[in-house]
Design a protein around this ligand. Structure first.
Ligand code: GLN
Length: 308
């Protein structure tokens, strides 16, 4: 039996070390509301499947989780339509940026995976087709599965994304032309922008995604969120596709499945062990948190945490 590493100590050491490293990232500005965030925020939170908590810095402050929320929409849609999902969206890494249009043309409107924007928009279309009140029902699913009733959308972020989401409109309309968006584009994107606007802290994130480290059951609420088989599939897609054209780099550095968002958050999962969330708003050129990647690389290396 191995001893639990002293995560607290490791967080402090790693953060102290990285203080001396230049953060070359830039806060996302293509969504104007995101550019208002203090670039120096830094939070880390880890929750083990035995419900031990380790925290550092701004771990309790909420921020825009952006594409991390695509894991929630995928989970709910998989529960509703099961494997029919894979007729509409693939499970292959895209190797291209999260908002890219190029592959969609020659792959006839079928997005490579559910985590690039195109794939997440198709997942939203599936939710619009099956939910009575999509925005409300999706939020209720996230609240009940995480046991966190305070989780909410940010109306300001929704507005900001709607006003500047030209690429997402292009992607959605393009897929509509191929017949892979069944509902009205405006309605689907309204759900997509709400999904991306969700605000949570690192602490909330580790609680909400702990089910992926525990075979589909949230150990805190004892709720079964999804089957063990589908938990495997979600983790696998995170490992292969969670960081877009940097998915290989993240897997190489951390050896864990994870998901990033342009708000600077990253969640990573060690099945059977823990869920960790980090937040540092400045992004690298691929739209992933520059310091967040470095933090997770250092933490997983120091604690020898990896699925491999
Ligand atoms: N809301 C963002 C967008 O649609 C999400 C991108 C991300 O977090 N990678 O561009």
């Amino acid at each position: 039996m191995t001893n639990t590493p002293d995560y607290q100590q490791v967080f402090q050491e790693v953060a102290a070390h990285l203080k001396n490293v230049d953060d070359c990232g830039k806060v996302a500005s293509y969504i104007p509301e995101l550019s208002k965030i203090d670039p120096n925020k830094l939070g880390i939170h880890l929750t083990t499947t035995k419900q031990e908590h380790y925290a550092f810095g701004d771990y309790d402050e909420t921020f825009s989780i952006q594409s991390i929320a695509k894991v929630f929409s995928l989970t709910l849609a998989l529960k509703i339509v099961g494997k029919d999902m894979w007729n509409r969206v693939g499970v292959e890494p895209s190797g291209s940026p999260f908002n890219s249009l190029v592959q969609l043309e020659y792959e006839k409107g079928i997005p490579r995976n559910p985590f690039i924007n195109a794939g997440a928009i198709v997942v939203c279309d599936i939710l619009v087709s099956h939910l009575h009140n999509p925005k409300h029902d999706l939020l209720e699913f996230i609240r009940s599965s995480s046991g966190l009733a305070h989780i909410n959308y940010s109306p300001k972020l929704v507005e900001s994304e709607k006003n500047t989401g030209y690429r997402n409109y292009a992607v959605a309309n393009f897929m509509k032309d191929f017949g892979n968006i069944h509902n009205d584009v405006e309605t689907v994107l309204d759900l997509y922008f709400h999904l991306c606007s969700i605000e949570m802290s690192c602490k909330d994130l580790t609680q909400a995604f702990l089910f992926l480290a525990a075979g589909g059951v949230n150990p805190i609420t004892n709720n079964t969120i999804i089957s063990r088989e589908r938990t495997k599939r979600i983790n696998s897609i995170m490992l292969m596709c969670g960081f877009y054209d940097e998915a290989g780099e993240f897997a190489f550095k951390t050896g864990l499945p994870g998901k990033s968002g342009v708000g600077g958050g990253i969640v990573a999962v060690h099945p059977g062990e823990f869920c960790i969330a980090v937040w540092s708003p400045k992004l690298n050129s691929r739209g992933n948190s520059y310091m967040g990647m470095r933090l997770l690389e250092a933490i997983t290396t120091k604690t020898k945490s990896s699925i491999f």
